[in-house]
Design a protein around this ligand. Structure first.
Ligand SMILES: [Fe+2]
Ligand SMILES: [Fe+2]
Length: 292
């Protein structure tokens, strides 16, 4: 019998497991200095869970150029749902995390902790807004998309997979791995063509970027679109596809990343108190309803 899980499997107990694994791979330098470690972040030095490996095996097997093209066609029409902005947060929160109900925060709380940390450091208000919305694309799960097509580090498709991507060995299962064009360094792209011309693996980053692209300034859009592109913003594995403008804009992506990864704390933000500020901010930039 074949025991390999199918493409519809859900190896992660919750999407947060991917982010916890990111913390193992990219620990907070300040926590190391201050010796805070496990108090602050669970699983800080835990061995990689089999569920995470299985998640990446599926992700690397099925994220092909063809798959990404199809998902873009399917989801970027935004013809699935339309709702008031604040209902969208309730909708996102239907993604219940049942792995550890005592300590895990819901999705809105992670978004608020990110945006509040950005605000506390005095960054521009559009960056605060990027913090508030950066994971809104995870609603893809609620449309029945498998975990490996929603979260996970993103990477370009249509060209060679870098060995700096986490678990590169799983790419041998990907049909594009032996494709004579897609397996070359540049694949279907031109040298330094700019990331706007490059398809990344499909997931919550591209989806929320497309949702917001007419409403936020460009640095905020880069933060949304590339916040999971660890192979570039942490590993610099795709400089050969980046334009000079991308490099300039990735300063903002790099600025954003620690707020996403290291702002989690067990204390939930006081939503009631914060709501008026965020209602004003949202009204200033966004239309009253969002399309999914
Ligand atoms: Fe994210
Ligand atoms: Fe996040």
């Amino acid at each position: 019998m074949n025991t390999v899980l199918s493409a519809n499997a859900t190896p992660l107990a919750s999407l947060d497991e991917w982010e916890e694994d990111l913390l193992n791979r990219y620990p907070d330098p300040e926590s190391i200095v201050q010796g805070k470690k496990t108090e602050e972040f669970r699983n800080y030095e835990a061995p990689v869970r089999d569920t995470v490996k299985e998640f990446y095996r599926l992700n690397h097997t099925y994220q092909t150029y063809d798959f990404v093209t199809k998902k873009r066609e399917e989801f970027l029409k935004f013809d699935k749902k339309e709702m008031p902005v604040w209902d969208a947060f309730d909708f996102l929160n239907e993604l219940v995390d049942d792995s550890d109900p005592d300590t895990d925060l819901d999705q809105l709380q992670h978004l608020l902790q990110t945006s509040e940390a950005i605000r506390a450091d005095g960054h521009p208000e559009w960056m605060v807004l990027a913090g508030l919305f950066h994971d809104m694309g995870k609603v893809l799960c609620l449309f029945g998309e498998p975990q490996w097509a929603v979260v996970g580090d993103t990477f370009p498709v249509g060209c060679a997979y870098s060995d700096k991507i986490v678990y590169p060995e799983y790419f041998v299962n990907n049909p594009d791995y032996n494709n004579e064009v897609y397996s070359t360094k540049y694949g279907v792209y031109e040298p330094n063509c700019g990331l706007d011309n490059v398809h990344l693996s499909w997931g919550h980053d591209e989806y929320v970027y497309q949702m917001m692209k007419d409403h936020l300034p460009e640095p905020a859009l880069y933060m949304l679109r590339y916040h999971s592109f660890y192979p570039q913003h942490r590993e610099h594995a795709y400089d050969h596809l980046m334009s000079a403008h991308d490099h300039e804009m990735f300063k903002w992506v790099n600025l954003f990343n620690p707020y996403d990864l290291y702002s989690k704390s067990a204390t939930p933000p006081n939503w009631k108190e914060l709501r008026p500020y965020y209602e004003g901010l949202v009204a200033k930039y966004l239309p009253s309803t969002l399309k999914f």
